[in-house]
Write a protein that binds this ligand. Structure first.
Ligand SMILES: [Zn+2]
Length: 207
């Protein structure tokens, strides 16, 4: 398994409205047999975290070098990322569908959160106390901010606003922040326009 990552993460990759939701959306089409995995190699995880603004390029380079030097460790870290992602998705999706917070995914989320919080510190930055991630070259580092975001979302977040994109082959989740709760698509520029084009095509065909 390589660590090269040339994948492009654009604004539609971050349309979920929350870091944990965006992380869940690194795969699409789950459950509808059109799975499109965007975390195929460990380097994809690094690229995503840099694009998300949660990993500094310097640390990304250090982690990429570490992963290149230990392919088995990088593969294990990627596997942990995918299991963690599934746990976050399971928790969010159950809540979205109106169910109670499920106990099943919580241990995995807790494990990642425990690891994350061990590397979180309060520091002084120009007279202000702020949260800071210790710059430790752990291969799980891209997941720590996600674990923290997932915990915040599950406990205090607007989970009642979780929606699944209406496009049949998408499966992305997002937080509906529209005033009248009218969000139908993950991203208007992606699935919204595709749906519009499909409607247009059907109209033309039925003439
Ligand atoms: Zn969509």
């Amino acid at each position: 398994m390589g660590v090269d990552a040339t994948r492009v993460w654009d604004s539609s990759s971050f349309c979920g409205g929350d870091l944990a939701v965006d992380f869940v959306n690194t795969v699409s089409g789950v459950g509808i047999r059109r799975v499109r995995e965007r975390l195929e190699v460990y380097g994809d995880l690094l690229g995503w975290a840099v694009a998300a603004g949660t990993l500094e390029p310097d640390l990304r380079d250090a982690l990429a070098a570490q992963a290149a030097g230990d392919a088995a460790a990088a593969a294990a870290a990627l596997a942990r990322a995918l299991s963690f992602r599934e746990a976050v998705f399971a928790a969010l999706d159950t809540i979205r569908a109106g169910g109670a917070v499920p106990a099943g995914p919580l241990p995995l989320i807790n494990d990642m959160l425990t690891d994350a919080l061990a590397h979180r510190r309060l520091i002084d930055r120009g007279g202000r106390v702020v949260w800071h991630w210790l710059p430790e070259p752990s291969l799980d580092r891209p997941l720590w901010p996600v674990a923290q975001a997932a915990a915040a979302l599950l406990t205090d977040g607007p989970v009642g606003r979780l929606r699944m994109c209406e496009a049949a082959d998408c499966g992305w989740v997002s937080l509906d922040t529209t005033k009248n709760r009218s969000r139908r698509w993950c991203d208007m520029a992606v699935c919204g326009n595709r749906a519009k084009a499909a409607r247009h095509y059907r109209r033309r065909r039925s003439r």
